[in-house]
Design a protein around this ligand. Structure first.
Ligand SMILES: *[C@@H]1O[C@H](CO)[C@@H](O)[C@H](O)[C@H]1NC(C)=O
Ligand SMILES: *[C@@H]1O[C@H](CO)[C@@H](O)[C@H](O)[C@H]1NC(C)=O
Ligand SMILES: *[C@@H]1O[C@H](CO)[C@@H](O)[C@H](O)[C@H]1NC(C)=O
Ligand SMILES: *[C@@H]1O[C@H](CO)[C@@H](O)[C@H](O)[C@H]1NC(C)=O
Ligand SMILES: *[C@@H]1O[C@H](CO)[C@@H](O)[C@H](O)[C@H]1NC(C)=O
Ligand SMILES: *[C@@H]1O[C@H](CO)[C@@H](O)[C@H](O)[C@H]1NC(C)=O
Length: 486
């Protein structure tokens, strides 16, 4: 053994001693923790030690810290920085009963790669909580009580790859929760309280390849449609992710139903105008506008009849024109007549359901209107028959009178004829009275009433009276003519 070899050995021994001394430094754990090498990392295990705070006597060289099963309800600001644990790569805080995390709790953990916060009672995470953990790759938050993920929570974490949020109470993810995360690949949201999600929350995650969505009360309506389409398109959908709402979709998997079935009940947003037109005042257009996803089918109906371009109209040889564009369906009625009045119903239908609203078309001054036709027609027939009877009676009387007069004329001479003229006048008068014995009531003019019904009645009365007087005059005229001819 030469002096050179001895020298080498001495050097080596010195190095070993130095190494051992270094080892001892970080391995001198507090009594509650066990410090050792695990997978080449300086690890401190402080599992189920009834710790109420992060131990203060660990070496700054510790890389992995496992605090599973302790009682640390609050992570206060700079909680690791203050005890100098700034070289942590992996931090495990499972089942520690953590309720709150201060925005700055993880400050100083500039090289931490993985944080496990599963099985706690965390209700809220402030945006900024991970502001200093720029090297974070994996964040486990399963089994907490989170309800909302706020804008900016995962912002600019260049290395973030995986976040698990299974079995929380999440209902909502704000639009800018995940932003500028170029490596983000895996997100677990199963076992939460999501009924819907916006696609905007997941845009700009180019590497996202795994998205767990099972066991949520998904409401498969139009609000979920875009997100659903996107998950299927990006092949992120995994069975069995099922719908819970609406009832018609309950239990169905997202890829079992078509995109169009992710629908909402349509809404009629405009209908009108409620129109009151005067008779013979031309064309009426009723418009109806409805929205919905998918776009609903619109139709117009009048008196339970669905109208189209070839529908016949009562009392008119012209039909309807229906014109559709975008959300509108407009119905044009040319030369509206009283038979066109009434409620027009606009109906919107889509896979999401139905909606309908109606609008009333009123025609002013429609005495012989559709409904009144049924009243005035028998009346008109009655009047006609009466007139005919009167005419027959008139003719019969006229003929009889003429014959009698001729007979008398034959019996008496010219002398008698001159006297007779006066008597004839008497007889003529009595004849007129016989024919038209009714004392004509004074003609009643009523002020037009406000309601359309009142107006109709007034009109009706007037017509009746007019007819009566016309017939009276006509009878008298006939009698006079009769007398003159005889
Ligand atoms: C923690 O506390 C429980 C009771 O509070 C006790 O049974 C248990 O032994 C304690 N554990 C340690 C490691 O001190
Ligand atoms: C995002 O993080 C990088 C470092 O990873 C930093 O250089 C950059 O300034 C950050 N951007 C913002 C807007 O904070
Ligand atoms: C789930 O969310 C609904 C509202 O969307 C709420 O009424 C319900 O209480 C929530 N359930 C749980 C377990 O938090
Ligand atoms: C009805 O006719 C009009 C023009 O005549 C046309 O523009 C419209 O598309 C037709 N509507 C239907 C439902 O056929
Ligand atoms: C229907 O009527 C509405 C309101 O008058 C109008 O804005 C719309 O452009 C009309 N649409 C068609 C297709 O005529
Ligand atoms: C029209 O709507 C009113 C309420 O807005 C309703 O009372 C009426 O029954 C409707 N008419 C028809 C024919 O549906």
């Amino acid at each position: 053994m030469g002096p050179r070899t001895t020298g080498r050995w001495l050097l080596c021994a010195a190095f070993m001693v130095a190494l051992c001394q270094g080892q001892q430094d970080w391995m001198q754990c507090s009594s509650t923790c066990r410090c050792k090498w695990v997978s080449g990392k300086k690890t401190a295990e402080c599992i189920k030690q009834n710790l109420t705070q992060v131990p203060g006597d660990l070496s700054p060289e510790i890389q992995n810290l496992d605090l599973t099963g302790n009682r640390i309800s609050h992570l206060t600001h700079d909680v690791f920085y203050r005890v100098n644990l700034v070289n942590l790569h992996k931090l495990v805080l499972r089942e520690c009963g953590i309720e709150s995390i201060h925005t700055n709790a993880f400050n100083g953990l500039k090289i931490v790669i993985e944080i496990d916060l599963s099985g706690n009672n965390i209700r809220n995470l402030h945006p900024g909580t991970f502001y200093e953990t720029q090297r974070l790759r994996v964040l486990l938050l399963n089994q907490n009580r989170l309800r909302i993920l706020e804008n900016g929570l995962f912002f600019n974490l260049t290395f973030l790859q995986k976040v698990t949020l299974s079995e929380n109470r999440l209902e909502r993810i704000e639009e800018k929760t995940f932003r500028n995360l170029p490596d983000f690949a895996s997100l677990a949201l199963d076992g939460n309280n999501f009924s819907t999600l916006q696609l905007q929350s997941f845009e700009n995650l180019p590497k996202l390849g795994s998205l767990e969505l099972r066991n949520n009360p998904w409401n498969c309506n139009c609000h979920l449609k875009r997100f659903r389409d996107w998950t299927i398109e990006r092949k992120l959908y995994t069975k069995p992710t099922t719908c819970q709402q609406p009832p018609s979709m309950a239990g169905k998997m997202w890829d079992e139903v078509t995109s169009d079935e992710f629908a909402c009940r349509p809404k009629i947003i405009t209908i009108g105008p409620a129109t009151k037109i005067e008779m013979g005042r031309g064309d009426v257009t009723l418009s109806c506008r409805a929205t919905g996803i998918p776009r609903p089918q619109l139709s117009w109906a009048h008196r339970t009849r669905i109208l189209d371009n070839v529908s016949k109209r009562p009392n008119s040889d012209r039909g309807y024109i229906l014109s559709a564009s975008h959300d509108w369906l407009n119905l044009t009625i040319f030369d509206a007549t009283p038979s066109d009045k009434g409620d027009y119903i606009c109906h919107a239908k889509s896979p999401g359901g139905d909606a309908e609203k109606n609008v009333t078309l009123a025609i002013v001054g429609d005495a012989l209107g559709s409904r009144d036709n049924f009243i005035s027609l028998p009346l008109a027939i009655g009047l006609g028959v009466t007139a005919l009877c009167l005419l027959i009676v008139t003719i019969v009387l006229c003929v009889c009178y003429c014959r009698r007069r001729r007979t008398r004329h034959d019996e008496k001479g010219l002398e008698a004829a001159s006297l007779e003229h006066h008597g004839l006048g008497e007889q003529e008068k009595s004849l007129i009275t016989t024919i038209n014995p009714v004392v004509k009531p004074p003609r009643r003019y009523e002020a037009p009433s406000v309601t359309s019904h009142g107006t109709e009645m007034t009109e009706l009365n007037r017509t009746l009276l007019d007819n009566d007087s016309v017939f009276g005059q006509y009878t008298a005229y006939i009698t006079k003519q009769c007398a003159a001819r005889c």
